[in-house]
Design a protein around this ligand. Structure first.
Ligand code: ZN
Length: 186
């Protein structure tokens, strides 16, 4: 008899686009903004640089600025990073937007609705239970494990609670990788 799972399935959570920002517009009061394609603005003031990431209200198109660097000495910048700001490098846009520091500093939260997907192996193995699943996050999307597991396995929430063994709380949103074990059904 063996209760050790022999199959480990990889699940991957990744973004499909940049998330929106929950950020109140000072003009129209809407609570949703977008970085669009992603544009930085760099302003030199002597040997100091300001760098902003531009955002746009999704309702009225008002443009706003998120502070990325404020009066930072030019020499403190990695030249590659500085170049990235000047050419609006999409990877750098994503990295800055998803950096919790930027969100704290500019008082917004990310709205991930419809901006991510869960990739699971399609072949369903007729192998013995239990099965272990390892969830990896390529992007810091906050998900409720209970809902993610229900979606990924096509199970009801009740079944999830009955058949899943997991070391982390299933109801608390997380964006850190975790593993869980699926026990045999009835
Ligand atoms: Zn607006």
């Amino acid at each position: 008899m063996s209760s050790q799972p022999h199959t480990v399935l990889p699940w991957v959570v990744r973004r499909t686009r940049l998330p929106l920002l929950s950020l109140r517009c000072v003009d129209c009061g809407s609570e949703s903004a977008t970085t669009g394609e992603g544009r930085f603005r760099v302003n030199a003031n002597g040997k100091l640089l300001d760098v902003w990431l531009l955002v746009r209200c999704v309702s009225c198109d008002r443009t706003g600025k998120l502070t990325v660097h404020e009066r930072a000495p030019v020499r403190s910048f990695d030249p590659a990073e500085l170049h990235g700001y000047r050419v609006n490098d999409p990877e750098l846009v994503a990295a800055r937007l998803l950096d919790p520091l930027l969100a704290r500093r500019n008082r917004f939260t990310l709205d991930w609705t419809g901006a991510w997907r869960l990739d699971t192996p399609s072949a369903r193995l007729d192998e013995a239970w239990p099965v272990q699943v390892e969830v990896v996050f390529e992007d810091p999307v906050p998900v409720r494990p209970e809902r993610l597991i229900a979606q990924g396995l096509g199970l009801s929430r009740n079944e999830v609670l009955r058949r899943i063994k997991c070391d982390i709380p299933l109801r608390r949103p997380t964006s850190a990788g975790f593993t869980f074990t699926v026990m045999a059904g009835d």
